[in-house]
Design a protein around this ligand. Structure first.
Ligand SMILES: Nc1ncnc2c1ncn2[C@@H]1O[C@H](COP(=O)(O)OP(=O)(O)OP(=O)(O)O)[C@@H](O)[C@H]1O
Ligand SMILES: [Mg+2]
Length: 257
């Protein structure tokens, strides 16, 4: 199944003063991987939340296969359908897992509610996604507080993928991991994207990770997309001043490393 999300001139205003997102237009689809980069506060997470329907745009539209997302989310069947198709790995994983339940239950729930599986099939789905992602099986039997931040982050990816979404939005999904753990997760995600024809929206302030995993890039600054295009050509020849600064900082870091 393929899904196409069109983001049409979306704005998000917080109060009168803060324009978190100030008019972004873009298109996302299954089988393509898009990076959203930009400095802290540039509106990346806000855009991601509007794409997954966690927050509504102040103006503009998100269209899912031609249908208006706000309308689709008004009714429970539409909400369930969209939650199955489009999943988020949130920047802050502390609220992803209920502290009173073992992680298996948190991953099993979407498989039952969104995937329509009975509890035995949902348990099998948990085991299978955990194995696919190379996660040690015993970790799902623990409570969230018994896990490291990096383990929780990988399990939150498992929770998002257990329903086999068409599009996965990852908000800083590897930023809390050390470099070697990042490489493991990035490779797994990249394989998964290719083999399952998943659409990936990879939000990050880390350019190397983003460059590795994405086909296209959106560079955000102060709520707007200041440059977009194919990842490699954009990084090799950035035309926008802000992108040049971002790429320059990345090259300087590489030179030191
Ligand atoms: N719920 C909110 N209420 C008020 N202002 C908000 C809210 N959420 C975000 N903002 C503001 O909107 C702007 C964009 O925030 P956002 O979280 O989208 O940035 P970001 O690019 O994801 O940053 P980071 O890289 O630090 O995660 C910031 O100025 C932020 O303070
Ligand atoms: Mg953010």
């Amino acid at each position: 199944m393929s899904t196409i999300i069109e983001v049409v001139d979306v704005h998000k205003q917080y109060g009168r003063k803060v324009t978190a997102v100030g008019g972004v237009t873009t298109k996302l689809e299954s089988g393509r991987s898009v990076g959203i980069v930009g400095e802290s506060g540039s509106g990346k997470s806000t855009l991601g939340k509007m794409i997954v329907g966690l927050t509504a745009p102040t103006s503009g539209q998100v269209l899912v296969d031609g249908r208006d997302l706000s309308r689709l989310l008004e009714r429970r069947p539409g909400r369930l359908e969209y939650r199955r198709k489009v999943q988020l790995v949130a920047q802050d994983t502390t609220t992803t897992f209920d502290p009173r339940r073992i992680v298996r239950e948190a991953i099993r729930r979407p498989a039952q509610i969104l995937g329509g599986l009975d509890s035995k099939a949902a348990d099998d789905a948990v085991d299978s996604i955990v194995a696919d992602l190379g996660i040690a099986p015993e970790l799902v039997e623990r409570y969230p507080h018994q896990l490291s931040g990096g383990q929780r982050q990988r399990l939150s990816i498992a929770r998002a993928l257990v329903v086999h979404p068409d599009i996965l939005v990852c908000d800083e999904a590897v930023s809390a991991l050390d470099v070697s753990a990042q490489a493991v997760v990035l490779n797994l995600l990249k394989d998964y994207v290719t083999t399952h024809s998943l659409g990936l929206v990879f939000i990050s302030h880390g350019l190397p990770a983003t460059a590795f995993i994405t086909d296209d890039l959106l560079v955000m600054n102060r709520g707007k997309v200041v440059e977009s295009g194919e990842t490699m050509s954009l990084l090799n020849a950035p035309s926008n001043d802000y992108t040049q600064t971002l790429v320059g900082a990345y090259q300087a870091m590489e030179a030191v490393a």
